[in-house]
Design a protein around this ligand. Structure first.
Ligand code: ADP
Ligand code: MG
Length: 680
């Protein structure tokens, strides 16, 4: 939205002030525009009230009733103030009970009718509503659909509604960022109309029309922002390579590659032999064997005289990758070096020297390998494990180390096609859609805490059979450290239920070497059970571990649970994943049961996206996608495609959106990506 009034800070809006502004900011509302675009999450329909006798029990609804008699407030147990109001209609009586408010019952006049919104409880002989919201028939016909806004402590929906009215007064003319021809082409309502309909609809059809318009605009602006940000100039790589034969590489492996691995390697080899830098996402479910594909790319780079770097999100993973890759590559004469914060002193110096002289052909580490003081002789390929932690900032750091090197991003978080295109545009994608042979799907069960002891009995039998288990312990409560939480879990649950077993602990406060030591002893089977907070590293490889127990399973996204589950089922025999949750609402049940019946990471990611939205889907906002107000990337695919092609067409005609007609769209795109993301 253009214009000074819309960009005014929220604290200057009439009636708001500093204190309320702070609360509004908690809801992400910083400017008057933010408030106008803070849409209701639902509406209460006062247009069709129930007669008292037909109102459903225990669901929120609107009831019309006449006030008969008001009783004086009394103090009840606990010191609460209680006021009763007798009401009803020709069908039945209704008792209204108000706690801790003098004001609400005072407003009611005996003999008059009102609309009450709340839950009807009690019985057929005595219906009751506690603290209902009241609206007069006149108010209800003026505003038949009352918006329900997301609220925060100290700020209810009515307060917000009042500020929204003030915002409309402060911004009498809401400009339309969409060019007129586009509004016409897609038969959209105007921006001003849409915003008004969202806040003050006279019929639900108005809300639908408004949403359609706003979804389209939001997706268009998102597309434009991404395309503008990405820049489209063609660059040449400084590391153009020639094709190599992979036969020696395949021959040195202890197993035959899967068809999917071969295909991905061919695609990568084709890219690296081209003139422009590779920008490829290697997407494959947990356990699909991405490491091997990365090793093949490193092999090709080395044959061409280039160094490679592989970045992992954590030190444990980095050292594990270094070990695995050294096993694969050193027999082929390729030297592998590990550089993490844990490598210190003289050892560090010699690694840095090896990188500078080119003696180290593959450097494995955390993102610190892109830090200062690390100079590469001839870097040609950068591989990162887990795409969502590799942002634009890392890309810039990489550009400092080499001349447009090839980039391979590996991810186990599957991205549905639409979202992949949206996020990465011209990023190429290779998919490992085939698991190495001999894997059995992990048997997954969801249970409540009442079955915990039984489940531990099962675990004990697995341990007796010589297997090992991971336990992801409950998430921390406020004020507790994750170390305390994990330690308490071991003392109170794990040890008593698994007497005599060797139990190790891994938590977020531990330093790299400490963690590594625990992981090593788990790997060496000096521990039977590894209890950890969520820090257990994505991708750790202990084939003998065949059970994973996840407490508080409802607190994770399905993709995250799927990744945790991927830690088992890497060896022989059956593997088990047990999800424990006491928070069994219908939606939690549905989600967990979906996971129990599905092993396909793509399906899981799609379901996650549909039920929780892209924010959770990625686990963090680091991928740089701003949060959306109305559009749903999984559901609104048709609008997404339309917006995508319009965005491309617009930029072809006006690459920087400089024309007068397009300037508002450019401004909107810039604002969308301004402070809300880490993209710039
Ligand atoms: P991810 O894709 O999750 O990173 P990894 O690269 O860690 O998977 O591979 C998982 C396991 O599968 C490793 O133990 C690896 O040695 C093994 N593996 C990979 N490719 C194959 C294959 N083609 N045949 C048999 N085992 C394989
Ligand atoms: Mg991996």
């Amino acid at each position: 939205m253009e214009g000074e009034a819309a960009q005014m800070e929220i604290r200057y809006l009439k009636g708001v002030g500093e204190k309320r502004a702070a609360l509004l900011e908690k809801l992400g509302i910083h400017s008057v525009e933010d408030l106008l675009e803070f849409y209701p999450r639902d509406y209460v329909d006062y247009s069709k009230p129930y007669p008292v006798a037909s109102a459903p029990f225990d669901t929120k609804c609107v009831v019309r009733a006449q006030v008969y008699e008001k009783h004086a407030p009394v103090r009840v147990k606990g010191g609460r103030l209680m006021a009763r109001v007798m009401a009803g209609d020709e069908t039945a009586g209704l008792v209204l009970t108000y706690f801790n408010t003098r004001y609400a019952p005072q407003k009611l006049e005996a003999g008059r009718s009102y609309l009450f919104f709340g839950k009807v409880a009690g019985s057929f002989s005595q219906r009751e509503m506690v603290n209902p919201t009241v609206v007069s028939p006149a108010e209800a016909s003026a505003t038949p659909f009352v918006p329900v806004y997301p609220q925060t402590e100290g700020l209810n929906s009515r307060n917000i509604q009042k500020y929204v009215r003030a915002a409309f007064e402060a911004v009498p003319h809401i400009q339309d960022p969409l060019p007129a021809w586009m509004v016409e082409k897609y038969r959209l309502c105007s921006k001003a109309q849409a915003v008004r309909s969202m806040h003050f609809p006279r019929a639900m059809a108005e809300v639908h029309a408004a949403r359609r318009r706003l979804i389209y605009e939001e997706l268009l602006v998102l597309q434009l922002g991404l395309l503008l940000l990405r820049g489209r100039e063609a660059v040449r790589t400084g590391a153009q390579m020639h094709e190599v034969g992979f036969a020696p590489f395949w021959a040195a492996l202890p197993f035959a590659p899967t068809g999917a691995q071969r295909r991905a390697v061919q695609e990568i080899a084709g890219d690296m032999a081209g003139q422009s830098p590779m920008n490829r996402l290697l997407q494959g479910d947990v356990g699909s064997g991405k490491t091997l594909v990365a090793a093949a790319a490193v092999y090709m780079a080395a044959q061409n005289g280039y160094q490679s770097v592989l970045m992992a999100p954590t030190e444990i993973l980095a050292s594990q990758h270094a070990a695995t890759l050294a096993d694969m590559l050193e027999p082929l004469g390729i030297s592998v070096a590990l550089l993490t914060a844990g490598v210190k002193g003289a050892a560090r110096q010699s690694v840095l020297d090896a990188i500078r002289t080119g003696a180290a052909q593959l450097v494995v580490g955390t993102h610190a390998v892109l830090g200062e003081g690390v100079e590469f002789a001839r870097l040609g390929l950068a591989v990162t494990d887990e795409q969502h932690r590799f942002g634009v900032r890392q890309r810039a750091a990489l550009a400092d180390k080499a001349d447009n090197p090839h980039l391979l991003v590996m991810s186990a978080t599957p991205i549905p096609r639409t979202l992949g295109l949206l996020l990465f545009g011209d990023l190429d994608i290779s998919v490992l859609d085939e698991l190495p042979p001999g894997r059995t799907p992990v048997k997954t069960y969801a249970i409540t805490g009442r079955k915990r002891a039984d489940m531990y009995g099962f675990l004990a039998r697995q341990l007796s059979a010589g297997r090992q288990a991971y336990i992801v312990c409950p998430l921390i409560e406020e004020g507790e450290s994750d170390m305390q939480a994990a330690a308490a879990y071991i003392d109170e649950v794990a040890r008593p239920l698994l007497p005599g077993r060797r139990i190790g602990l891994l938590h977020g406060r531990m330093k790299g070497p400490e963690k590594m030591a625990v992981m090593q002893s788990f790997k060496a089977h000096e521990l039977d059970v590894l209890v950890s907070t969520t820090v257990i590293e994505v991708g750790v490889d202990v084939p003998n571990a065949n059970c994973i127990v996840i407490e508080n399973a409802e607190r994770y996204g399905l993709s995250a649970l799927h990744q945790l589950r991927g830690r088992v089922g890497r060896g022989r025999g059956d593997a088990f994943c047990i999800l424990i949750s006491d928070h069994v609402t219908d939606s939690v049940k549905k989600r967990l049961s979906f996971l129990c019946h599905t092993t396909d990471g793509f399906e899981i990611a799609k379901f996650d996206l549909e039920t929780r939205g892209p924010g959770d889907f990625f686990g963090s906002r680091q991928h740089g996608l701003p949060s959306l107000r109305v559009a749903n990337l999984a559901a609104d695919t048709r609008a997404l495609y339309a917006a995508q092609s319009e965005a491309q067409a617009l930029l072809e005609r006006d690459p920087a959106l400089q024309s007068e007609e397009n300037a508002p769209l450019r401004a909107a795109a810039q604002r969308l990506f301004a402070e809300k993301t880490s993209l710039n």
